[in-house]
Design a protein around this ligand. Structure first.
Ligand SMILES: [Zn+2]
Length: 42
């Protein structure tokens, strides 16, 4: 499952793969298993 989102820190586009992303711009990463809101906020 791929999904495009914006980094919640810097708003750079990030690609979520298997519910996880690492921002290429600022290095921030999140995992929806830890933080469900990043996937479910649409
Ligand atoms: Zn970022």
């Amino acid at each position: 499952m791929l999904e495009i989102k914006e980094c919640k820190i810097c708003n750079h586009d990030v690609i979520i793969i298997n519910c996880h992303y690492t921002c290429r711009n600022c290095g921030f990463s999140e995992n929806c298993h830890d933080l469900p809101h990043i996937i479910d906020d649409d």
